[in-house]
Design a protein around this ligand. Structure first.
Ligand SMILES: Nc1ncnc2c1ncn2[C@@H]1O[C@H](COP(=O)(O)OP(=O)(O)OP(=O)(O)O)[C@@H](O)[C@H]1O
Ligand SMILES: [Mg+2]
Length: 301
């Protein structure tokens, strides 16, 4: 039956996280959002770094009076109402600022509210910039993305944090999937990896193990390696992908490699997004490649 109403699809969510702070999440979230808007893909950028919201600064905006945390303290306000224009056509920002709250561990119902409101946003795309580290909040925001994106820089500590973060994300996802199926997982501490839990379960409940495995295989994080300077650093992606497959039986996709560019620091100081200031730079080309890859047909089916 034709109701005369146009069916509006829920927006595609890209969630951007990192194990280590200061690696470039906010820079990449901002510039990917600008890249989408420049392709006439309306986008809402959400600053979910509740402890250190700063995305408004990257656009040269005053700190908005209201922000995401207002949604979590029960104010009668919708995510749509919290979105402010960025000055870039087709791009809105939900700031992380607003009411102060204890952000350490948001209640499940509050995250569900965010998810529902995100799904009903009147835009085609949502990019979520997540606070660094593997707190439950960060992991849950990461897992709610249609595309989860992890940013890594080529330093030993950042590389190490990738594995900690992914292990924590997989463990969290497994726990959620098991809970949804009413399953109790083994408490054996030697089964520290999700695939070990699933294989152990398979001995007694093969069907449940299949369900869990199917659910886990839906997570296919994308990785962006940022601030590379050498040929070796640009090739780190294949090492990461191999290690993730080997240790976690997890397929990760290397979405792109972005070279270090001194001028990015200056664009932050000038509060001007780099993509606008340097549209012909290698950085802009790399962002465009990543955007086009993520928009390619059939990816999010
Ligand atoms: N490709 C790059 N080349 C040069 N400098 C970069 C690049 N990417 C990011 N930076 C620098 O790193 C700084 C930190 O970036 P950004 O604020 O995006 O990190 P973050 O991961 O969001 O940090 P936090 O965890 O504190 O939220 C930027 O101010 C910029 O100076
Ligand atoms: Mg940030």
């Amino acid at each position: 039956m034709d109701t005369g109403l146009q069916q509006v699809a829920a927006p595609q969510i890209w969630a951007i996280a990192s194990g280590k702070g200061g690696v470039g999440k906010s820079i990449l979230a901002t510039n990917l959002a600008i890249s989408l808007a420049s392709k006439n893909r309306r986008c809402t950028l959400i600053d979910a770094d509740l402890g250190g919201a700063n995305l408004h600064t990257l656009f040269g905006l005053q700190r908005p009076k209201c922000g995401l945390s207002d949604l979590f303290v029960g104010k009668q306000v919708s995510l749509q109402q919290l979105a402010v224009p960025t000055g870039i056509d087709g791009l809105d920002l939900v700031s992380g600022s607003g009411e102060m709250l204890d952000v350490a561990n948001l209640h499940h119902a509050k995250k569900q509210r965010l998810l529902r409101q995100t799904a009903s946003l009147d835009n085609e795309h949502v990019i979520i910039d997540i606070g660094a580290g593997s707190s439950f909040n960060s992991l849950d925001f990461f897992l709610l993305g249609h595309q989860s994106i992890l940013v890594v820089v080529p330093t030993p500590s950042s590389m190490e944090n990738v594995y900690h973060f992914l292990k924590a994300a997989l463990t969290r996802k497994l726990a959620q999937a098991a809970k949804n199926l009413g399953l109790v997982l083994s408490a054996d501490p030697s089964l520290s990896l999700p695939w070990q839990q699933i294989e152990t379960l398979r001995c007694t409940q093969p069907q449940a193990a299949d369900h869990l495995q199917a659910e886990m295989s839906r997570l296919r994080p994308g990785i962006i390696i940022n601030q590379t300077r050498t040929v070796e650093e640009r090739q780190l992606g294949s090492q990461i992908a191999l290690a993730c497959q080997h240790f976690f039986k997890l397929n990760v996709e290397i979405l792109g490699v972005i070279d270090y560019d001194e001028r990015i620091y200056h664009s932050v100081q000038k509060r001007q997004p780099f993509l606008q200031a340097e549209a012909e730079s290698p950085f802009a080309a790399a962002i465009d490649d990543i955007t086009m890859n993520l928009l390619s047909p059939g990816r999010n089916q």
